[in-house]
Design a binder for this molecule. Structure first.
Ligand SMILES: Cc1cc2nc3c(=O)[nH]c(=O)nc-3n(C[C@H](O)[C@H](O)[C@H](O)COP(=O)(O)OP(=O)(O)OC[C@H]3O[C@@H](n4cnc5c(N)ncnc54)[C@H](O)[C@@H]3O)c2cc1C
Length: 397
């Protein structure tokens, strides 16, 4: 439980990827913060997460990457194929190339490991307080302070970073018109033993298999001990889901693979405990900031997961936000405006490209044939070059 606070810290609502990253990044600039997390424990749920070089480069600088590496797999390549025929269409090479070109590896990790590495780093930093069971409800601003109403009492701070995720409560106070809409897709997730994967797909690689109403992504996590399997299915309505714990009946999923290449269909059948997560879309907000309050991560710019970038963008936000706050130390109002200007275009582009990628993955009929034709002709080098804008070092503007 949180104590009622009367100090000058930056309050951070939400102790997920974005909230903990913000606390670490602020501490690196000598700025104290208080992270307020709604849950009673830090999450160990969820399955895998892919971290592009734009995220791992920052984690390296923060000392988080070295904690993460023992339990993760450095991705050598992404294979993209047609799920119906099993034909491999193209591959994107990462491995050492990603390190040399972008300054960080493409990493495959379990969410719980990422969270733990962030938490352990945060706990070692001076100036970071963390409170559990502290749900933020609303805020009130004054010229010299900010009051945050929580379930356990009022807290006073210098400014507020709302990193309270996709279903952000605090977002509503900044933009009442922001309404999430169901994206017509659900993500099904499970973990499978690596031996069940066809031999040619095993090892440090991600596989992405496409078809008209479902696509499948698989990659190793937990240092290679398990394969994280994600199936994204077109559905009319999957129900609102918060957290990663909603169990779902595989009998409703598996028929979607009936016409697939047998090797891949068989592999999907090894999944036992499936959990389901509905995907939501939110058009870019008009603004993320209001005086001494700013949104960060999914609260500011939720995105569909088809570029595997939501978590990475939260980490980038944290990196930039701490820099501008340090530069405008006495003036969070001005710092937050600069932060928004620095980040809004890049995150909007990433959200747009992610959505577009989802449509490309689920193409059918003649569009599917055209997509496959283009992919077959794309060299690994040319595919990677198209991702330069995303993985490059310039993450502002
Ligand atoms: C199927 C799927 C696959 C994905 N794969 C990838 C991937 O491969 N790579 C990638 O980079 N991203 C991926 N993402 C996106 C990524 O999970 C999110 O973008 C990321 O978790 C956002 O971090 P966040 O800190 O903003 O929000 P969250 O991680 O959701 O954290 C929000 C935190 O705030 C807490 N909270 C909520 N409300 C309150 C409140 N009122 N007061 C206090 N605390 C509160 C919550 O308990 C939670 O701990 C994927 C998403 C999905 C759905």
């Amino acid at each position: 439980m949180a104590d009622s606070l009367t100090d000058d810290r930056i309050l951070i609502a939400g102790g997920g990827i974005g909230g903990l990253s913000a606390a670490i990044s602020l501490a690196n600039h000598g700025i104290s913060s208080h992270v307020l997390e709604r849950s009673s424990t830090f999450s160990t749920e969820g399955a895998g997460i892919q971290l592009g070089p734009n995220a791992t480069r920052i984690l390296k600088e923060w000392g988080v990457l070295e904690r993460l590496l023992p339990n993760s797999v450095v991705c050598e390549e992404i294979l993209i194929g047609d799920g119906l025929t099993g034909e491999l269409l193209t591959r994107v090479q990462f491995g050492k190339i990603a390190e040399q070109r972008y300054g960080g590896p493409f990493l495959l990790v379990h969410r719980a490991d990422l969270h733990q590495a962030l938490l352990n780093t945060a706990k070692k930093k001076p100036g970071i307080k963390i409170a559990l069971e502290c749900e933020a409800r609303s805020y009130e601003q004054f010229p010299d302070k900010l009051m945050l109403k929580t379930m356990t009492g009022d807290m006073k701070g210098r400014a507020l970073i709302a990193a309270d995720g996709l279903w952000s409560t605090l977002r509503q106070q900044i933009d009442r018109g922001a309404v999430l809409s169901f994206a017509g897709k659900t993500a099904w997730r499970t973990l499978v033993d690596p031996d069940h994967l066809p031999a040619e797909l095993q090892g440090p690689r991600t596989g992405v298999w496409l078809s008209s109403n479902v696509h499948l992504v698989h990659y190793p996590v937990l240092g290679g001990k398990k394969i994280n399997l994600v199936a994204v299915v077109d559905e009319r309505w999957g129900g609102r889901s918060e957290g990663w714990a909603q169990e779902a009946d595989p009998k409703l999923l598996l028929p979607a693979f009936a016409k697939w290449d047998k090797r891949i269909e068989n592999f999907v059948n090894y999944g036992t405990t499936w959990r389901k997560w509905s995907l939501f879309h939110l058009p870019p907000l008009r603004t993320w900031t209001q005086g001494s309050v700013t949104l960060l991560g999914d609260a500011a710019h939720p995105m569909l997961p088809f570029l595997a970038q939501g978590g990475a963008m939260a980490i980038e936000d944290a990196f930039v936000l701490a820099r501008v706050l340090a530069e405008h130390d006495d003036d969070p109002w001005s710092a937050f405006r600069h932060f928004e200007t620095a980040r809004i275009k890049r995150t909007a582009r990433t959200a747009y490209e992610s959505r577009k990628m989802g449509n490309i993955y689920h193409m059918s009929g003649v569009l599917r044939l055209a997509r496959n034709f283009v992919m077959r002709r794309s060299s690994p080098r040319s595919v990677l070059k198209k991702l330069d804008w995303l993985y490059q070092k310039n993450i502002e503007g």
